[in-house]
Ligand binder design. Sequence first.
Ligand code: SF4
Length: 215
Amino acid sequence: MKESKEKKSERALAILNLLKQEYPDSKCSLHYQSTYELLIATILSAQCTDKRVNQVTPGLFKKYPSIEEFAHSDLQELSKDIHSCGYHNQKSRSIQGATLTILNEFDGEVPNSLDDLVSLPGVGRKTANCVLGECFNVPSMVIDTHMVRIMNLLELTHSKDPKKIELGLMDIFPNEEWVKLTHMIIDHGRAICIARRPQCQNCILTHVCPSSLME
Ligand code: SF4
């Protein structure tokens, strides 16, 4: 039987409260000191672990200590510097393109709107929402692979399309919790609801999750 919107919202709130108890300290796991550093770290994190990105960025941000340094870098050298994050040619072009556009079109300041952020080369909705939520306190949700998978298991969405998921979840979760929700779901995906082997026996959501493997 299809769950009513009211019931789904009630269950969403119950899930949110359980997650808050379990993961009170959830936060962005990428390390950064400024908005442009987070933008670059997020570009690097595509198809790569945050742990690997955090190993690469301290040296990278030391070598290129400003937006200008990234924008006017040697593309081949930049590509080599970020090699271990994977897709290094594509990512170096994105980093250089995004920083050049910030310099030329936004007076050297990372823009603070979704439309402007996604206009930067190599910056998609996911990266833009991450920067908006972390650096500009704009309520936003980052729909990464954990969010897609776990929100489907929880049947709070029935879509694999990140934008549809984002808009659907915004409708059932309070906006002041959007940023935190993303971080808690990522932590839950890493610790308990692991892809291919969810640990339902240890999950605090088992009684509110239709996909629970527990009786
Ligand atoms: S009950 Fe199982 S499937 Fe549901 S969220 Fe928890 S670990 Fe994932």
